[in-house]
Design a protein around this ligand. Sequence first.
Ligand code: PXP
Length: 248
Amino acid sequence: MPRLGVNIDHVATLRQARGEFYPRLDHAARICLENGCDQITIHLREDRRHIQDQDVFDVKKITDQFNKPLNLEMGCAEDILDIAKEARPSWVCLVPEKREEKTTEGGLNLLDKSQYDKVKKTCDALKSSIDGVKISLFLEANEKINDMAIQMGSSIDAVEVHTGDYAKAYLENNDWNSYLTQFENTYNKLKSKGIHVHAGHGLTFESTGPLVEQALFEEYNIGHWIISQSVFEGLDKVVRQMVSLIKR
Ligand code: PXP
């Protein structure tokens, strides 16, 4: 059964916009978990534009209460690594990070040797300091990059495939079907090597449908659309809708 991780970064975006104590992240995490999501995902960015250091610990308390994973997205910066070691999330998703980007714009470029080495070093540091931590790498569905992920061996547990370009093509009614073939190839290759395959970025209720129908992923991490839609419908209802789509 595929899993839904709700990314609650943009609850923090609203809070940070006014420098208030609301809306509370722990409250958002609780509502998502009470309404059937499988994990909470947050991205502690180097510029702290939404999630703050204390949020990682506050949200971890809630995921622990529900006995569900916290999935911490992060770049390979030393200070973030130190916070991860202290907060001990169940999953870490390593992502590339540029300060000037509006959001994560693509996967890690493992074809670049210095990036590959940095990612590998971060994976090994996480694995040796957090008992049982699982690691995913945020990557494009690209054959050469998949090969580099496979080379990482036991340093990683999963690949989270960047679905942003697919989701944009879907929204704009461009040729989104070709992405499904890439996703299927990636799924088959990685699974044959024992690597789990997750999806994330830019997904909406509509664009998630074809991925679920073709059983292309084991986990979906979805944030911006869920938080945006909850302005109109409420977070509890939107999470329930997404859970029923993913688990139908
Ligand atoms: N997965 C990863 C690795 C991400 O960087 C993000 C955005 O923070 C998401 C999933 C969620 O993307 P969205 O907010 O567009 O649903």
